[in-house]
Design a protein around this ligand. Structure first.
Ligand SMILES: Cc1cc2nc3c(=O)[nH]c(=O)nc-3n(C[C@H](O)[C@H](O)[C@H](O)COP(=O)(O)O)c2cc1C
Length: 405
């Protein structure tokens, strides 16, 4: 799997917490994403998980002793500190946090942290009483002052069977923050509005008309734009997905609500990407009561919803945003996309082939064709997250061109 982690040197410092076993899974995931992972374990950490586990998962010898004979000629703490693109301490014990806060250098991990220029990400893990102790809180504040990033989970049940703060954050959140640190911030300063998911048009109090959109493409666009430094607002129809970290999510249900939310946010945006599958039609008069089965010969009368993309196309010049649309087409993709690009006054359109099993609605992969005034750029079949990054690469080029004009 080729992602932002590919080729990056990630140094993972594991310390003596009961949560150390969870980080073995993180190392495995990073290695699968082609990162080059070096694991440093404190002596206490080696009492919780065997170094062999981390060696096997990272494919590298685990580093533990400061005064090791093997590799001594390279001065391991300086070597590791220089190589690191990112240094993650997880789980970080109260003890290690205290030693770092006081600049101690009495083992391999603390020496490496002092010697590195890479961003240090600390993921504390401890009992809630320990975590809330003023000494620990004061030490955490000191680490923030050194420019280290501290990542904590709000609250949760722990191994000590207590509930509260101090739990090791979940991998999904840690991965996202790591990617935010590693990504090139080429969208910094941009205010990006993304729409995602389906809409639901009420038919009666129990039923609605909707479509197959899962929201995956729009959420990937929001997540990757945030990683690349943008301020992101995501207006989303009902999906099974969680709001990406650092993204402001606005939940809507109907096409009418989507229209209102987009109008409320569009003037502040520098780029708008409309990836939502907004219903083109809604029941003209929804039934006030649930329609009964006995009503065998039911006829539905539908009316058109507002074409939000077209409205944005008209507002675009005055408001000054860049407008990107999606087209889900089952035949004549390029011709249909070209028509939509012109008719709706878009800067860029991503044409989606919904006829194939690997692309379109609920799939995790996608293959889109990008179309702008300058021509066609077919993208490869890759994950929706990679597709999103390729779309942003194109948007970055369009923004640079716009700024020159
Ligand atoms: C069973 C057990 C679980 C522990 N879990 C934690 C923990 O989750 N967080 C923590 O800060 N300390 C924990 N400790 C205490 C640390 O292991 C101890 O402070 C140790 O000195 C940490 O050393 P290190 O920071 O150099 O790895 C635990 C100790 C034991 C015996």
């Amino acid at each position: 799997m080729h992602t932002t982690f590919a080729g990056k040197r990630i140094v993972v410092g594991v310390t003596g917490s009961i949560a150390a076993f969870k980080v073995a899974g993180w190392v495995s995931s990073l290695t699968k994403e082609e990162a080059r992972v070096a694991v440093i374990m404190t002596d206490s950490a080696c009492r919780f998980v065997a170094p062999l586990t981390f060696a096997a998962l990272s494919g590298e010898r685990v580093h533990s002793a400061l005064f090791a004979e093997e590799g001594a000629e390279t001065i391991p703490h300086i070597q590791l500190a220089r190589e690191a693109d990112l240094l993650v301490i997880a789980p970080a014990t109260a003890h290690t946090i205290a030693r770092l806060a006081h600049g101690l250098a009495d083992d391999l991990l603390t020496c490496t942290v002092l010697a590195t220029r890479a961003q240090v990400l600390v993921c504390p893990a401890m009992n809630s009483q320990m975590y809330n102790h003023p000494a620990v809180q004061e030490n955490i504040e000191k680490l923030k002052g050194y420019g280290y990033q501290i990542l904590t989970q709000e609250s949760g049940r722990m191994a000590c069977r207590e509930e509260g703060p101090g739990r090791l954050p979940e991998w999904e959140l840690v991965r996202e923050v790591m990617l935010q640190i590693l990504a090139v911030p080429d969208l910094a300063g941009e205010k990006i509005l993304v729409t995602a998911g389906p809409t639901r048009e009420p038919l009666d109090p129990a039923r609605f008309l909707s479509n197959r959109s899962s929201g995956k493409m729009g959420y990937s666009l929001a997540r990757t734009a945030r990683r690349r430094g943008a301020e992101v607002t995501l207006i989303t129809g009902p999906t099974a997905l969680a709001c990406p970290p650092g993204v402001r999510c606005v939940e809507i249900e109907t096409a009418r609500e989507m229209h209102e939310a987009v109008l409320a946010h569009c003037r502040q945006a520098s780029v708008i990407v409309k990836a939502a599958a907004v219903s083109d039609f809604r029941p003209a008069t929804p039934f006030a009561e649930k329609v009964k089965k006995e009503q065998a010969d039911l006829q539905l009368s539908l009316e058109q919803t507002t074409d939000i993309l077209k409205e944005l196309g008209k507002l675009k010049k005055k408001a000054g945003f860049l407008l990107v649309g999606f087209a889900a087409e089952s035949h004549n993709h390029v011709a249909e996309g070209e028509k939509k690009l012109k008719k709706k006054n878009l800067d860029l359109i991503a044409i989606n082939d919904i006829g194939s099993v690997d692309t379109g609605f609920a799939a995790d992969t996608n293959q889109v064709t990008l179309l702008d005034q300058d021509g066609i750029s077919p993208l490869p079949l890759v994950s929706k997250e990679q597709t999103a990054d390729l779309i942003w690469d194109h948007v970055v080029r369009l923004l640079a061109k716009k700024n020159k004009e």
